[in-house]
Each structure stands twice: as C-alpha cells, then as structure tokens.
Design a binder for this molecule. Structure first.
Ligand SMILES: Cc1ncc(COP(=O)(O)O)c(C=O)c1O
Length: 497
C-alpha cells in the first residue's frame, strides 16, 4: 500500500494511492474530520495549496479541489493576500460531531409516532434464502441469459426513451401485456387503460388504502391473514374487523355478525394467505353482493395464483363483480422474482384518476427499463413458458417436502400436500406452542414462520409455514432432518421423563 503523509499544525494527513477513493476525497475527509474533531481549531492557518501539494506529492489541483469544497461548505475561509484559515463561524455543536452511531429501535421502543403506529412487525429479509423461507421463487431455474439478452436489446435500441420521466400509470406496452395475460388466465375484466403499474403489491395496497380509506373506516381482514396488509391498515388508522377463515376461505356469515357494513374488505380469494383455502363460489357471490349493498371496496390480493398444480387457475373475484367494487392487485414477485418490484392494480373506473394521483405522489413511476424488459418477456411468450416450467418444478419440490416430512417428521409435524401455492403448512401436535417451535427452528438455521404470527385471535392449533419452491430436493431433505431433530429436542425438553 503506497501511503503518502504529511503533518501540519499537529494534523497528520495520510493519502493512500492504492485506494479506490480519489485522493482529493481522502484529503477532504481527513481535513474535515480534523476540523470537526477540533484537531484543527477555528482560526488555524493552513499551508498554501502549493506547499501542501508538494508535501503530499500530489497535483496542486487535487489540493485546490479539496480547498474549494471546504470553502463552499464554510469549513475554511480565505483572507485576501494572507492565506487559508479554518473558519471561525463553525457552531460549537458541529465541532463535537462524533462518528455516527446507528442502533435502530424496534417498534414500540421509540418515542416517535413513525415507529409506534406499526404494532405488527413486517418481514425484512436479510441474507440469502434458505429452506424454508417463503415467497422465494426458484432462482436456480430463472432464465438469466434470456433476461440479459432482452435487457441488452433494450439498452441498445431504445435507451433514451427508457431514461425519461414517463406515465405514472406505467409503460403502456407492459399494461397491454399484463391486461391480456390476466384477462385470459385469471378472467379479470379489464382494458390496459385501467391498469396501474406499481412497485409490487405491497405498494399497490398502500396506494389503494391511501386513496379509499379514511381514519376509523371499518375493514374486514382475514384472520389469519397477510401481515403486510394488516400493518398498512393499522398505519392508516382503520378499525380492523378480523374475520375467521375456514376451508371455504373468508367466513362471510361470521364477518356479518361482527360488522355488517364494512367500508373495505381485504381478501386473498384464490389461495388464502396463509391457510391456502379457496374462496367458494357461493361466498364469492355473497361478498360481491355485500360490497354492492354497503358501497364497500373489496381488495382482491391475487399474489400467487399462477401456481395451481391440479386443474386450471381459478377465475378472479373481480371477473364476477358487475358493480365494479373489486380492486384487483397482482404482483410479479412470486411468479418471476421479488426484486423486480413490479405489481399492478386493476382500477375500477370511479377510482382510476384518484389512484393515479396517489401512485404519482408515491414515487412517480416504476423504472421504465424493467417495465420494458418485462413487457418483452411477456409478449414474446417467455413468461407463459416460464410459468409452465415453474409449475412442474414446484410440484416436484412440493412432493419432495411431503415425502421428506412423511419420512422424518412423523408425530412432530403433519404436512399435507396442497393443490396450489408456494408453501405448505405443517401442523404441530395439540398444545405445542408454534412460537417456541419457530424460535428453536430458527436457532438451528431452519427458516419457518409460526401460524400464530398471522393471527389476531389465537389459533386452535399451532402450525409452521414452510416455503419449498426456492430449494432443491436435497436441500429440502437436509432441512427437514434438521427440523425434525430440533422439534424432537424441544419435545424432550418440554416433556422430561
Ligand atoms: C398475500 C401477499 N400479498 C402481497 C405481498 C407483497 O408482495 P410484493 O412483493 O409484490 O410487494 C405478499 C408477499 O409476500 C403476500 O404474501
């Protein structure tokens, strides 16, 4: 490492020529630090730029650039015909600045409103996915080369257009491609002009909530249900009405007993999150009727319906709604990859303009380049092919988990196959606490989530949620064995002989 150093007025400066940081930037950082820490006191005289450049063996321009920056930020002052001095004007509190320390406070620990209005903690992912983290597509089977080719083509052929501000509703060819796709595969009744592209479906939810919800509005939510939705409703000051879920999905009769005139209803009808049931046709019709009667909006969150392994994907609730009360939300996070951050809203005609304003205020637009590549991916037929391939792969991976569980988890966790989705629920024996099992599994490096985390009213039986789509069968088997060992140990600890 070639370091060059000097010292003046008791301040040592050391520049590292091998570093990736420009020399001017290194000099700037060190002088600024010296001033802020008081090692260079207000009024201290600095050497001339020529002297300093020669001492440090750098170009004079390097020193000139540094000094210019420090003048501009008022750390230094010039005295005509005299020289350069540390500014006298620095406020005392600035001079005591220490290295920034950052220890984020958890929800509930902070005094600020921002943190306290979020009583449910939502997922924040870190580290590479490992079994059985949910919402993880098969990154090992993504068509990387194809995606790169489409990206390169776009950068080569239409880069200028891609860099500008553009329509907040989204890139029109993408809206056309998605409208065609959801009309045919999901029975959504829509035209491209009523689609709004968002940064994923959580963002879509935020936009819808901001547009239609007033503080104190009554919101039916599924219990158990999606935490991201619950957190957004709480943040918006909604009055939550937890509605139980059974094997026909949201229990409408139960909801009616709790609150017969909701302002908004949030549902995952194709594949209830997290229990996996499908909203029956009679309940769908009842829901649409209820919404029309009380003028409620219905948010249909259709997050992973592409992955149905038996029969055809189910038609959407939106397609049944003649009164246009259903706001349909979809995402590319599960079917392609989550970091693409592209989702969409199919807006009822009455809401389009208001939703567009909210989308515009919430970050203007999604990156045009990503939207364009995705539009090409869909319109050239790659998307449909990718879904077909993933359906086969995910069915195999689900089978691997079911087989591994049958072999390793007998009496510890009962995992049943499912016709759809990207995760399975493993039911714990009665009276086994799923939070305890979850903590033990996490400590052993197996990522699961406890069912009770999604519940407002405590569940009758504990369960663990296991994602399988992102992992090869041998990883699934290995993690299943580790999970079995952990649950067995926990069982022995809880039931000593
Ligand atoms: C039911 C449900 N809705 C919405 C989302 C949010 O997805 P996105 O990545 O599109 O924001 C998720 C993510 O897990 C989900 O499970």
């Amino acid at each position: 490492m070639s370091k060059i150093a000097t010292s003046f007025t008791h301040v040592a400066v050391a520049l590292d020529r091998a570093s990736n940081t420009a020399l001017y930037r290194q000099l700037y950082d060190q002088l600024r630090d010296a001033i802020l820490s008081g090692r260079l006191a207000p009024g201290a005289r600095l050497p001339s730029t020529r002297e300093l450049a020669s001492e440090l063996n750098v170009a004079r321009n390097t020193v000139l650039n540094t000094f210019e920056q420090l003048y501009a930020e008022s750390y230094l002052e010039r005295r005509v015909g005299d020289g350069t001095y540390v500014s006298h004007q620095l406020p005392d509190d600035l001079l005591r600045v220490t290295k920034p320390q950052f220890t984020p406070k958890r929800s509930g620990q902070s005094n600020s409103n921002a943190a306290t209005f979020m009583p449910v903690s939502v997922a924040n992912y870190s580290g590479p996915p490992r079994p059985f983290r949910t919402g993880t597509p098969a990154f090992d089977a993504f068509p990387y080369k194809l995606w790169r080719r489409l990206l390169v083509q776009r950068w080569s052929n239409s880069a200028g257009e891609m860099l500008q501000y553009s329509d907040s509703a989204g890139y029109l060819p993408l809206r056309k491609a998605i409208a065609a796709y959801i009309s045919t595969t999901r029975g959504v009744r829509c035209v491209p002009e009523q689609l709004l592209i968002t940064s994923g479906s959580q963002h879509a939810l935020e936009i819808v909530i901001r547009t239609v919800l007033k503080t104190g509005d009554k919101v039916w939510i599924e219990d158990p249900g999606f935490l991201g939705a619950r957190a957004s409703f709480i943040a918006a000051g909604a009055h939550l009405v937890p509605v139980p879920v059974d094997n026909e999905g949201l229990n409408i009769a139960s909801g009616m007993e709790r609150c017969s005139d909701p302002n908004l209803i949030y549902v995952t009808p194709s594949h209830q999150y997290p229990l996996g049931s499908t909203l029956s046709l009679s309940r769908r019709l009842a829901l649409v009727k209820l919404a029309a009667r009380c003028g409620a909006w219905v948010i249909e969150d259709d997050y992973d319906s592409e992955f149905r392994y038996v029969g055809r994907p189910l038609a959407s609730l939106q397609g049944l709604d003649n009164e246009q009360r259903v706001i349909y939300i979809g995402t590319l996070s599960k079917v392609l990859f989550p970091s693409i951050r592209i989702g969409y809203i199919v807006a009822p005609p009455d809401l389009f303009e208001a939703l567009l304003s909210a989308r515009c205020l919430g970050g203007h637009q999604s990156p045009t380049m990503d939207q364009a590549v995705l539009a090409d991916f869909i319109s050239q037929g790659h998307f449909a092919r990718h879904i077909r391939r993933m359906r086969v792969l995910y069915a195999e991976r689900q089978q691997a988990l079911v087989n591994a569980a049958r072999s390793e988890l007998k009496g510890l966790l009962e995992i049943k196959p499912s016709d759809a989705g990207m995760h399975l629920l493993g039911w714990l024996p009665e009276h086994v606490d799923d939070q305890k099992s979850f903590r033990a599994a996490m400590a052993a490096g197996v990522e699961v989530t406890p069912l009770s985390a999604y519940c407002i009213e405590p569940p009758k039986q504990g369960a663990l949620r296991l994602g399988y789509t992102g992992y090869k069968p041998r990883e699934i088997w290995r993690a299943t064995r580790r999970l079995a060992e952990t649950l067995r140990n926990q069982h022995s600890k809880d039931n000593p002989r």
